[in-house]
Design a protein around this ligand. Structure first.
Ligand code: GDP
Length: 295
């Protein structure tokens, strides 16, 4: 994951590390290299330009702090601006232990939503809390079965409709009634409809019924710029998206598209999916991510 992007940025930074003299010209050249690397990794162009302007401004005008060389200072700036691009400190789920919390998962079909719902339940279980699941995707026929199988594996109660007669809103209402004793209820939703508009309308309705404590957008980490557009569409439909799960970062995905989604909706990534297994969910740590990115 992200190796190429990391390598390109490291290579650019090495130009500074290995230079005998760091001047404006070199700084500008290195920033150009970093821009190219980010754009190739599908990070939104506007975002890249904004970030590189900030690196340039700081590298040229900011006073070098005591104890650092000019070179170290520039490298630190690049590192900090990359972290800024990814959102603030690694952020935790907002769970209030004194009540039942409801998490609503939204995202396009195939993003890994159902898998992530089960992984999240597993994660919450490992925190020592009681999770429950609701399968409200009535559009994809096998979605509820898939969720049920995963839930059974980890012994988590799950509610859904096998008859095919209930609407998603009815399922969610009934599910919330039955799962009253859980600490956290995770609602899996549809990711596809005949028309995108219908899907977004459905999400809006479910959101009104659920009144979730947190809405999590699930994004496929292998996507490019579509990630940004998806994030925007869901945000317009359901309002505040509290956080993002980026899936499939175990493959060769560069993940730049996800960065653009983060910037678009100004919500932090809280977890990354690193495989198909139920335990393959990691809390997102921007510092670790950038460190790994830059080797
Ligand atoms: P949904 O349509 O959004 O509910 O997507 P699913 O949960 O059914 O996932 C779609 C496919 O992506 C399935 O084959 C999952 O096993 C796979 N998948 C989900 N998350 C990950 C991940 O983090 N890594 C990998 N490699 N595959 C994943």
């Amino acid at each position: 994951m992200l190796e190429k992007l990391g390598q390109s940025i490291t290579k650019a930074l090495n130009k500074i590390k290995n230079a005998t003299f760091v001047d404006k010209k070199l700084i500008k050249e290195v920033i150009k290299d970093i821009q190219r690397a980010l754009i190739q990794a599908d990070v939104n162009v506007r975002l890249v330009l904004k970030m590189s302007k900030e690196i340039e401004r700081r590298a040229i005008y900011e006073e070098v702090p005591k104890g650092l060389s000019k070179k170290e200072h520039i490298i630190k700036i690049v590192y900090e601006e990359l972290i800024k691009l990814l959102g603030k400190e690694g952020q935790k789920l907002n769970i209030d232990p004194k009540k039942r919390n409801v998490i609503l998962l939204v995202g396009i079909q195939g993003s890994g939503k159902t898998t992530s719902a089960a992984k999240l339940a597993r994660y919450i279980q490992k925190m020592g809390l009681k999770p429950g699941l609701i399968g409200a995707d009535t559009y994809r026929p096998a979605a509820y079965q898939q969720l049920k199988q995963l839930a059974e594996k980890i012994h988590v109660p799950v509610y859904g409709d096998e008859s095919g007669k209930m609407t998603p809103v009815e399922i969610v209402k009934e599910g919330l009634n039955r799962l009253k004793k859980m600490d956290v209820v995770i609602v899996d939703t549809a990711g596809r409809h005949k028309e995108e508009k219908e899907l977004l309308e459905e999400m809006k309705k479910i959101k009104e019924v659920v009144n979730p404590d947190e809405i999590i957008l699930v994004i496929d980490g292998t996507l490019g710029q579509q990630a940004k557009n998806q994030a925007k569409a869901f945000k317009e439909a359901v309002g505040d998206i509290g956080s993002i799960i980026v899936t499939k970062l175990d493959g060769s995905a560069k993940g730049g598209g996800a960065l653009s989604a983060v910037a678009e909706i100004k919500a932090p990534i809280k977890f990354i999916g690193t495989g198909e297994g139920i335990d393959d969910l990691e809390p997102f740590d921007p510092k670790k991510f950038v460190s790994r990115l830059l080797g």
